[in-house]
Write a protein that binds this ligand. Sequence first.
Ligand code: NOJ
Length: 570
Amino acid sequence: MQLRCALSVCHVLMLVLCLSTAEDFDWTKNNYGSFYYGTFPTGFSWGAGGSAYQTEGAWDKDGKGLSIWDVFSHKKGKIQLNDTGDSSCESYYKIKDDVSLMKELRLNHYRFSISWPRIIPTGIKSDHVNEKGIQYYDELIDHLLENNITPIVTLYHWDLPQVLQEKYSGWQNISMINHFNDYANLCFEKFGDRVKHWITFNNPWSVAVEGYETGEHAPGLKLRGTGAYRAAHHIIKAHAKVWHTYDTQWRAKQKGLVGVSLAGDWGEPVDISNQKDIEAAERYVQFYLGWFATPMFHGDYPQVMKDFVGRKSAQQGLGTSRLPSFSPQEKSYIKGTCDFLGIGHFTTRYITNRNDPPGRSSSSYFTDRDLAELVDPRWPDPGSEWLYSVPWGFRRLLNFVKTQYGNPMIYVTENGVSEKMMCTELCDEWRIQYYKEYINEMLKAIRDGVNVKGYTAWSLLDKFEWDEGFSERFGLYYVDFRNKNKPRYPKASVQFYKRIISSNGFPNQREVENWRRKAVEMCSSSNQLLAADPLTSHMEMVTEIVVPTVCTLSILISAVLLMFLLRRRN
Ligand code: NOJ
């Protein structure tokens, strides 16, 4: 997190520097373009999402095993304000409440993840399967389907069973592939009759880089220059194995789809007339999205990654590249293992070429890329330090996916914006603006011919935001974490997103403007409810703790008094 903050400050400073020195740099080449009024293809799927560790709570209930995030978040100093996901949104106990929020939004799908240690406490299937965990997901899936909401289910949203980390070093170890495959197979067996959209991994970039390279995320390892590449290598193979398992054992009967959800920020050249910047920007995207997508669609890592990491490794005196390689058999086994591609997209960077000298001690995924990231100080950034609103980058990324990977079926699995913790503001006009513009750029991309089948707003609820704890709120619904019942309140963006869904797009300027106005009008009454909440929590405390304690004490005192009086009479 600190690293991210420092980077952001650098970005802004560098860009200001660039602006003052580079006369020929033309911002107007990247103007926002006009708004496009129109509708999405019939059957387009609208959704919202969340993930197990971020929302469920019940971290040690009903036989669940520990995950690396349970352990990591309990260590002091790892998470903002030492928050943990122990109770989070308590979604484990709120299936019905949450599904009614989804109904209110008129969602077509809901994206959630299964907690591996909730259903296999040690991560090793032959050890023990936890029936209570299975029951929970059964209920969630059934309840979604009863309400005509399609479940899109992620198998791995970062919460690796702790036992696997301790025994094998987690994704550093090749044995994860078989354990993950056993777990996935169990999910297909138990839930595959009803779940038709499976995502193997969510954002493996983050797992690899933040989990094993910078250590900002669980398991917190800092294996610079090698850890991320090794973790990614095993994840890609595990993904392929699970796809083949589904393909050979379940597809004919269950007729579902298996994909992956990859994160991808867009990288735009700082100077579009400079070939070095153009190549650096392409490299940025290849080291991000391409690292995982290229093997899955074409069978091997992007050539540019092989060249850059290979060259730097040689200059560092290493006999082989720090980027592992696939055998010819592995390449053909991995190629073509995405029935659809999930895209999690939030933001964009300007990229310029920069030569990072290959010092052995400073070797890292970041310096391997030979580039610098910059941001435009004028881009809005309402919440997370790293999240600038740059809608046009979304359309470019979607078109990049279309041309690079043969126009695959795409589900946007994450897109949204956050605000900072202290803000109990439900009138989130900036989020309305973000969704309006990003969804519009997606519509333009569909008009360009990109095959986008669905969109998932991130996220349904405010929730545990990894190393940022509860300090960043991505939800359409506000969650009052101060109250142990974790009540949910609709933000204005709920009203706005709901209109986009029921119109399947943007009918005309007047109507869309009306939606915005009405949404903002409505949120002030929800704001009042929320403002009254501390009072309600206080009243609850009075009835649940103070009243029983006073009663018990009164009874005890009366009894003592009575005994005292009786004794005196005798
Ligand atoms: C991507 C992660 O998959 C998700 O869990 C997180 O909430 C968002 N990024 C926002 O940081």
